[in-house]
Design a protein around this ligand. Structure first.
Ligand SMILES: [Fe+2]
Length: 176
């Protein structure tokens, strides 16, 4: 079994998701800066796509259903979030099919970034405040999310929670 004892004490669900958001936004910024380095760009795209897929999956599997139950009247927000996830997943699978020198590679990633920013804004400004007010055990939910993320990261071959793009070249080795 993988042991990751350095897993910080329980983190509340919203903080975990905020961290994901921050990490992904950083990757989109780094992509802009990496204009002249195709390899770095490709690494960034791959990391961002993996991070986003995992993020979307834990939100859909764990966070949204819990939020739906807790906030009741916020169903529209959650429906919109799911539609946005579908669009993002679509762009991610397009990117996965593309070569880095594809004419539309950058544009596709840029558009993905725009969707993601919108998603982040909606969640942070509208959804999370509602969830915070609702009676929801965010610590327990956070634990559930953290565990599921770990599983998905292992499945997807990410050895660490958040490799920075420069660390990616060593991500082949996995501790198990
Ligand atoms: Fe999110």
């Amino acid at each position: 079994m993988t042991k990751r004892s350095e897993k910080k004490s329980t983190q509340d669900a919203i903080n975990l998701l905020l961290e994901d958001h921050a990490r992904v936004q950083k990757l989109f910024k780094e992509f802009k800066k990496a204009k002249e380095e195709p390899e770095a760009k490709q690494d960034i795209v791959e990391t961002a796509c993996t991070e986003l897929s995992i993020h979307a999956q834990v939100e859909e599997e764990i966070f949204y259903p819990a939020a739906r139950e807790a906030i009741g009247e916020g169903a529209d927000l959650l429906n919109e979030a799911e539609v946005e996830h579908n669009t993002a997943k679509d762009l991610i699978s397009q990117l996965e099919e593309m070569d880095a020198d594809d004419e539309l590679y950058e544009a596709t990633f840029t558009v993905l970034g725009e969707y993601v920013n919108h998603h982040i804004e909606e969640e942070q400004e509208r959804l999370f405040p509602k969830v915070k007010k609702a009676k929801l055990d965010l610590e327990a939910l956070g634990e559930e999310i953290a565990q599921r993320k770990q599983e998905l990261e292992d499945e997807m071959g990410m050895s660490e929670r958040s490799p920075s793009p420069d660390e990616l070249h060593v991500s082949g080795e996995q501790n198990r």
